[in-house]
Design a protein around this ligand. Sequence first.
Ligand code: PLP
Length: 267
Amino acid sequence: DGVTGASPRTARVLSIAGTDPTGGAGVQADLKSIAANGGYGMAVVTALVAQNTHGVRSVHVPPVSFLREQLHAVSDDVDIDAVKIGMLADVHVTRTVSGWLGQVKPGLVVLDPVMIATSGDRLLTEDAEEALRDLLSVVHLVTPNIPELAILDGSPVATSWSAVLRQAQHVAETYGVLVLAKGGHLAGDLVPDALVGAHTLREFPGLRIDTPNTHGTGCSFSSAVATRVAARAGIAGPSLADWGDAVAEAKLWLTESIAHSGDLQVG
Ligand code: PLP
């Protein structure tokens, strides 16, 4: 049923992200997604965000020395199977996380390149986009939506699925990462996603669900993939098939979650 897919062990998954006090996006969503997908969730907060499903009211970024303390407090104690990175707020936060990744070298790193919320509010300062691109070379999977993919690729926003796939392949080749390109921002009833490598492609078809309740779906999806792939990975790390199967399972789970989101009455 997508939620109880076979997991050989409980993956220890660390979310490094911003907050959403309504629980729909950010760290709060990540922790719920990790748990719902069978993992053990941990969280380091990059930024405190006063927001709800309508928009962002203000952002508070604690000093990076405190961020570093949080990161090392986790990695000094717990073996981390996978890291999911979300909102990085600014260039200082981005470089601090990058430095920690270089020291700790977690086996699996999934980056959701959070830049601008659906409401139009910035969650990453513009001058941090270069530092975010630098981070790509040390992550295993990046999960951009269409506007984020365009910024990563330095291209105009794609308006067709074939253009999305071309940009994703270019990013994969340039940075040596896998790209999970997400088609949700395309016009129309089809919402395809694709796992794209420099020389590989696996597509995941989907149908649009008519609902306004999509706040935080990107956060939830990337956490679900990180959790599912960590559960599948052997000692040598995940194979391409493991990544693909993890995405398929996570997409099935997320689609069900979106389909039932209206029942919750949470903004
Ligand atoms: N708030 C935080 C802290 C996030 O990390 C994200 C992630 O994309 C969002 C909000 C996104 O909100 P929305 O799904 O409404 O674009």
